[in-house]
Design a protein around this ligand. Structure first.
Ligand SMILES: Cc1cc2nc3c(=O)[nH]c(=O)nc-3n(C[C@H](O)[C@H](O)[C@H](O)COP(=O)(O)O)c2cc1C
Length: 192
């Protein structure tokens, strides 16, 4: 199944900046301010999130395809992966961990809860702040996928294949799921 390729940026307790691509990530129901990601145990990303309680989910455009494998390498935790991949910082507003400049969106997250198994951990992150680049939005506030060009991948037995998504030009309201046409969760959202 196609999954997004996002970059998680963190800083270690020692202040060293880390970046890793993650695809096993999903929101947990509306209002979509809680996200769940699956991490293998042997990840500097996991250690940094546990040590500092925070991380940035950087929504990558297809232009970041070359940085995927650069940041997926198993590098020593002493290596600054912004420098390694030649990526620039986008300072965060609510947490210390910086985002990555040039992405189309940034979720500044705080670690909320963990579910641990011997080989992996499911991490819940509370999205403290979401920012989408102005030029990646349609006038109605939805994502313009032709501009954002979200980086996606499918995984097969032999490896990964990259792509992006296509707008089908069709919209539905949440209320369309209900017989009275009203979205029972409308109160969760700020009104325009
Ligand atoms: C496209 C892609 C998606 C990945 N998704 C995940 C993921 O969801 N969870 C995970 O634990 N590792 C994932 N990885 C592997 C990590 O990115 C890789 O092991 C990286 O070196 C971890 O870096 P770190 O040790 O600095 O955290 C993915 C790798 C690629 C290339």
């Amino acid at each position: 199944m196609p999954l997004p390729v996002i970059f998680i940026s963190t800083i270690g307790a020692d202040g060293i900046r880390n970046i890793a691509p993650y695809s096993c990530i999903m929101p947990v129901l509306r209002p979509l301010d809680l996200i769940c990601l699956a991490s293998a145990i042997k990840r500097d990303t996991l250690k940094n999130i546990r040590d500092t309680g925070e991380f940035v989910v950087n929504l990558a455009t297809a232009d970041f395809i070359d940085e995927v494998m650069l940041t997926a390498q198993h590098t020593s935790p002493e290596v600054d992966e912004f420098e390694l991949a030649g990526l620039e910082e986008k300072p965060s507003e609510t947490i210390r961990a910086p985002g990555i400049a040039g992405c189309y969106g940034w979720m500044e997250c705080a670690l909320n809860k963990e579910y641990e198994e011997p080989n992996y951990v499911l991490l819940m992150g509370k999205v403290l702040r979401l920012e989408i680049a102005d030029d990646a939005l349609n006038p109605d506030g939805t994502l313009d996928v032709t501009k954002a060009k979200p980086l996606m991948a499918t995984g097969g037995k032999k490896g990964l294949r990259y792509g992006t998504i296509m707008d089908l030009g069709r919209k539905d309201s949440y209320g369309a799921m209900f017989s009275d046409g009203k979205d029972p969760l409308a109160g969760l959202y700020e009104q325009d």
